[in-house]
Design a protein around this ligand. Structure first.
Ligand code: 5RP
Length: 600
C-alpha cells in the first residue's frame, strides 16, 4: 500500500505530466503536495523535456524551491494570465470547491490561481469531504492591525454563526504570512451551510484580506488513493469517496470500476492497451430518444455508468449521464483509448456533472474511448440510461442546444446533446454573475479640473440621471471621439473618488498593449441604453454597488479580452469552458477597431 507521501508524489508528478507543456506560464502552489509538482517541473526542465516555461510561485518557500531547481520565475505583474496553476488543497467537496490556506499561503495562491486558465488541484483522498469546513481550520488572512476587533466581527457574521476563531500561533507569537498579515483560523462543527455567502460576508469585512474558500475555481482534481482505490475515511452518513489516482503506472490509474463498491481491483485490460474493449462497454441501447440519437457517434451501454465512443475531429465531447443524475453531482470520470490507439494512457479525474453532463477534453480524433462515470461512493451515474453524445462545442450546462449538424458533427449527435441539455438547470452563479455591465451613452466629456490625464464624463445608463464617471483616457482618445459615444459601463463597482471627483462606474475599454491603443468597447446597434450585458453559461444576478462587486471585478478582469475578431469575451479561469462573448440587444460587444487585447 502506498504511503501518503508516495500518493502526494504521484499526484504531483501526474499533474505536471498531464497538464504542462512547453511554452506555458505555470502557477506553482504551496504545500507538501504541490512540492512534488514543482519538483517534477524542475526535473522536466532540467532534462529538456519541457522548455520555454515560466512560473509564478504562490509563496516564498515555493519560490525558493523553484529557484533551487532553476525554474524561471515571473510575476502576475508581467504575466497576468497563466496557462495552468497546480496546487494542493485542504478540503475538496463534491462540487470541487476547496478550503485552502492551512499552509498559510492562501492570498498569493488565490491571486495566482484565479488568474489561470486551468486550475488543477492535487490531493490524496483524505482531502475529499462531504462539506467544507469539517476537517479542520478554514483560514482567513487578516491585517495585524487590531486583529481582535476583526475576530470579533468575523464571529458576528450570520453565515458562519457558531464557529470558533483562533489567531494562528507560531511559537507564542502570531503566525505571520508572506504578506506580513496574520491568519485567523475558523473552526466549524458542521459543514459551512452556504459557502458562497460565507465567502461574501467574510470578504466584506474591513481588515479581512482574503479567505480560504476557493469556490468555483477548480478545473480538475487529481486524487490519489492507496492502491488506486481506497474508500476514504469519511463519516458513514456521507457519501464515500473513491479515488481516481495519479501514478506513473497506468494500471494503478485504472484500477477500480468494477462495480458500485470500490475495492482494489486488477487493472482492466484496456488500460494495458489491449485490443479488447472493456467488458462494460456494451452495445447501443435504444431505450431513450437520446440514446438512439447518439448512436450515430457513440456506443451507449446497458451497463450503468459505462460506455465507449469514437471521437470525431470536432469533438469536445460531453458525456450525457442520463436522467436521474443530480445537476451538480460529483463524478469520477475515467476515459482512455479502448483499442490500443495513440492517446492518453488514461485520465481519471473528479468533476462536477453540470446539467447531467460531464465534459471530456483532449480527445484524439478517430480514437475509440472507454468511459466510466461513477459518483463519489463508487456508484455508477446514469442509472442504466447512460449514453454518450458528441455534443460538439456546446458548453455543458450552458442551456443552449448545440447547432444541429454544425462543425461536421452529425445531426443525430447534436440532437442527442440537445436532449441531454434540455433538462439543464439555469446557468450557475459565478463571479461574473455579480457584475452589472450596462449599455450607456456619454452625454458630456471634460478634462478633469485637477488631473490632465483624466476625463470626467456624464454617462447615461438608463437611470433617472446620468452618472459621473472618471476615466484615464485623455492620452488615448480625444474628447470629441467620446462625446455621444455608446459604451459599456461596469455599473456596480464601489464608487471611487479620483482627484476629488467620485466616479460611479467604469467605461470598459479594449487595450492593445503593443500599440498603446485604448478605446471604449461598443455595444451592438440593437442594444438600448440601460440594457444589461449577459454571458452565456453565467447567471445574471448583479449585486448592489459596492465592495463585493469591485472584488468580483478584480477576480474576473484577468479573463476579459477581445478575441481575434475584436469581440469582447470572458474566458473563465481553468480553460474548461470556451470563451463567452458579451451579449446584449441580439448582438455582441466589440472593439470598434478590432483591437486584439485585454479588456478593463
Ligand atoms: O493551501 C495550502 C497552503 O496555503 C495547501 O495547498 C494546503 O494546505 C494543502 O497542503 P498539503 O498539500 O501540504 O496538504
Amino acid at each position: 500500500m502506498a504511503s501518503v507521501e508516495e500518493l502526494k508524489k504521484a499526484t504531483g508528478y501526474k499533474s505536471v505530466d498531464d497538464h504542462v507543456t512547453s511554452g506555458m506560464v505555470v502557477g506553482l502552489g504551496t504545500g507538501s503536495t504541490a512540492y512534488y509538482a514543482v519538483e517534477r517541473l524542475g526535473q522536466k526542465l532540467a532534462s529538456g523535456e519541457l522548455t520555454d516555461i515560466v512560473a509564478i510561485p504562490t509563496s516564498i518557500r515555493t519560490k525558493e524551491q523553484a529557484e533551487s531547481l532553476s525554474i524561471p520565475l515571473v510575476s502576475l505583474d508581467t504575466h497576468p494570465v497563466l496557462d495552468v496553476a497546480i496546487d494542493g488543497a485542504d478540503e475538496v467537496d463534491g462540487a470541487l470547491n476547496l478550503v485552502k490556506g492551512r499552509g498559510g499561503a492562501l492570498l498569493r495562491e488565490k491571486m495566482v490561481e484565479v488568474s489561470a486558465k486551468k486550475f488543477v488541484v492535487i490531493v490524496d483522498d483524505t482531502k475529499l469531504v462531504p462539506g467544507l469546513g469539517i476537517s479542520g481550520a478554514m483560514p482567513v488572512e487578516v491585517t495585524p492591525f487590531c486583529v481582535d476587533f476583526t475576530v470579533a466581527r468575523l464571529l458576528k457574521l450570520e453565515s458562519i454563526a457558531g464557529c470558533t476563531a483562533k489567531v494562528r500561533d507560531d511559537g507564542g507569537k502570531p503566525y505571520v504570512t508572506d504578506n506580513d498579515n496574520y491568519i485567523v483560523d475558523l473552526y466549524f462543527t458542521e459543514p459551512i451551510a452556504d459557502a458562497v455567502k460565507a465567502g461574501e460576508e467574510i470578504s466584506s469585512l474591513v481588515g479581512v484580506v482574503e479567505h480560504g474558500l476557493f469556490l468555483g475555481m477548480t478545473s480538475e482534481v487529481i486524487v490519489a488513493g492507496a492502491d488506486g482505490v481506497k474508500p476514504p475515511p469519511l463519516p458513514p452518513s456521507t457519501r464515500r469517496s473513491r479515488s481516481s489516482t495519479a501514478g506513473d503506472d497506468a494500471r494503478t490509474c485504472a484500477a477500480p470500476y468494477e462495480g458500485p463498491r470500490m475495492t482494489a481491483a486488477p487493472a482492466p485490460t484496456w488500460m494495458a492497451r489491449s485490443s479488447a474493449p472493456p467488458h462494460w462497454a456494451g452495445t447501443p441501447d435504444a431505450a431513450s430518444r437520446a440514446t438512439a440519437a447518439s448512436a450515430a457517434v457513440a456506443t451507449a451501454s446497458s451497463v450503468p455508468g459505462a460506455a465507449s465512443f469514437t471521437a470525431t475531429p470536432a469533438m469536445a465531447a460531453s458525456v450525457a449521464l442520463g436522467s436521474g443524475v443530480p445537476a451538480a453531482a460529483a463524478a469520477v470520470v475515467t476515459y482512455a483509448p479502448a483499442g490500443g490507439a495513440a492517446g492518453p494512457a488514461g485520465v481519471s479525474s473528479l468533476r462536477t456533472a453540470t446539467g447531467g453532463c460531464v465534459r471530456l477534453r483532449g480527445l484524439a480524433p478517430a480514437t475509440t474511448y472507454a468511459v466510466r462515470v461513477v459518483g463519489l461512493g463508487g456508484e455508477p451515474l446514469g442509472a442504466g440510461r447512460f449514453v454518450t453524445a458528441a455534443a460538439a462545442d456546446a458548453p455543458a450546462g450552458a442551456g443552449a442546444p448545440p447547432p444541429a449538424g454544425g462543425d461536421g458533427v452529425p445531426a443525430a449527435a447534436a440532437e442527442a446533446a440537445a436532449a441531454a441539455t434540455a433538462a439543464a438547470p439555469p446557468a450557475p452563479l459565478t463571479e461574473l454573475s455579480r457584475l452589472e455591465f450596462r449599455v450607456g451613452v456619454i452625454r458630456s466629456v471634460a478634462v478633469h479640473p485637477d488631473a490632465d490625464g483624466l476625463y470626467v464624463e456624464e454617462v447615461d445608463v438608463g437611470e433617472a440621471a446620468p452618472r459621473t464617471i472618471v476615466s484615464g483616457l485623455v492620452a488615448y482618445q480625444p474628447a470629441e471621439a467620446l462625446d455621444g459615444r455608446r459604451v459599456v459601463v461596469v455599473a456596480n463597482l464601489k464608487p471611487r473618488v479620483m482627484r476629488g471627483i467620485a466616479s460611479a462606474g467604469m467605461l470598459l475599454c479594449a487595450s492593445d498593449g503593443d500599440k498603446g491603443v485604448v478605446e471604449p468597447l461598443s455595444p451592438p446597434d440593437g442594444a438600448a441604453v440601460g440594457d444589461l450585458v449577459t454571458f452565456n453559461g453565467h447567471a445574471s444576478a448583479p449585486v448592489a454597488p459596492g465592495n463585493r462587486a469591485s472584488k468580483a471585478f478584480d477576480r474576473v478582469v484577468g479573463g476579459l479580452r477581445t478575441n481575434d475578431e475584436g469581440v469582447a469575451v470572458y474566458e473563465a479561469p481553468g480553460g474548461d469552458a470556451p470563451p463567452v462573448p458579451f451579449a446584449v440587444g441580439g448582438g455582441v460587444v466589440v472593439s470598434p477597431s478590432k483591437l486584439i487585447g485585454t479588456v478593463s
